[in-house]
Design a binder for this molecule. Structure first.
Ligand code: SF4
Length: 280
């Protein structure tokens, strides 16, 4: 789990203004479609099209949408509203819901629950549900989600970094973390922070697709989502071009570095990778 020591936050569309003017030669991000043959991550329109392509009425796609995002069914054979022949055809066609089993969960004294999900390739990822009560007594549930298995940035104090990097998460593997938390808490997730294992800006395509899905399909407001980064070169402008209404949090973490001309140690510090690109 990424350790958070201090965070500067900014709306994503404005954050790029603080980035030094650097020519971005990369083309606009083309969002990846969800994993082939994985239902989780698909829009209602995609699912309606899948139903029609399978010789079914379009409304069957809407039923699948409700089953995976609201009922949170994990297996196609649990889709009891669907005709058996359609379910069998989906399974025979290699389709799956795309949910992973909970390998372990640990509850802290303050009610925070840490969950380990076991992915299809047996790798484990961590996600955390953090409940909080406001003044009026209503519960806010925040999901802190991972974006990579491990992390290539290897911050010395971070257990995730020490464990090395395995791979990027696919969009549905990010979305399913939120569904797992909702299921465990039996409560809607109100806020999402991309602040778990990994650096979200190094897996931006999947993060953007998961962000879209969580907003449009799961129903979490864009303003309720925060993408946390240590500041990866050339990615903040790219993210800003998507004009999301979410917050970008730039992590300040305890690296002992010197960047003043007088070799004076500064009182706040950024990850070295971000120093080249952030203005002070
Ligand atoms: S950037 Fe990676 S290694 Fe550094 S604190 Fe975050 S998860 Fe850990």
């Amino acid at each position: 789990m990424a350790a958070l020591h201090h965070v500067c936050t900014a709306p994503i569309a404005r954050a790029a203004l603080r980035v030094r003017a650097t020519a971005i030669s990369s083309p606009p991000v083309h969002l990846p479609k969800s994993d082939p043959r994985v239902l989780l991550g698909l829009s209602e329109q995609d699912l309606r099209q899948l139903a029609v392509d399978s010789g079914q009425k379009s409304y069957r796609g809407k039923q699948i949408h409700d089953l995976i995002y609201k009922t949170k069914s994990k297996e196609i054979q649990q889709f009891k509203h669907l005709p058996l022949a359609f379910r069998d055809a989906l399974v025979r066609g290699g389709w799956s819901v795309g949910r992973s089993p909970v390998y372990r969960s640990v509850t802290a004294a303050d009610g925070t629950i840490k969950i380990l999900l076991k992915l299809e390739d047996n790798r484990l990822i961590e996600t955390v549900g953090i409940p909080a009560e406001d003044d009026k007594g209503s519960v806010r549930l925040t999901a802190c989600v991972s974006s990579q298995v491990g992390c290539p940035l290897r911050c010395s104090f971070c257990a995730t970094g020490k464990g090395g990097f395995s791979r990027n998460l696919k969009p549905h593997e990010i979305v399913e973390q939120v569904l797992a938390i909702e299921e465990l808490f039996k409560h809607r997730v109100s806020n999402v922070v991309f602040m778990g294992m990994g650096e979200p800006m190094l897996n931006l395509k999947s993060v953007l697709e998961a962000h879209r899905c969580l907003n449009k399909e799961v129903g979490i407001g864009q303003r309720m989502m925060t993408i946390s980064t240590v500041g990866v070169p050339n990615t903040i402008k790219m993210l800003a071009s998507h004009k999301l209404q979410s917050t970008l949090a730039v992590r300040q973490i305890p690296f002992r570095i010197y960047f003043c001309s007088k070799q004076q140690e500064c009182s706040f510090e950024y990850h070295p990778i971000s120093l080249l690109f952030l203005e002070y």
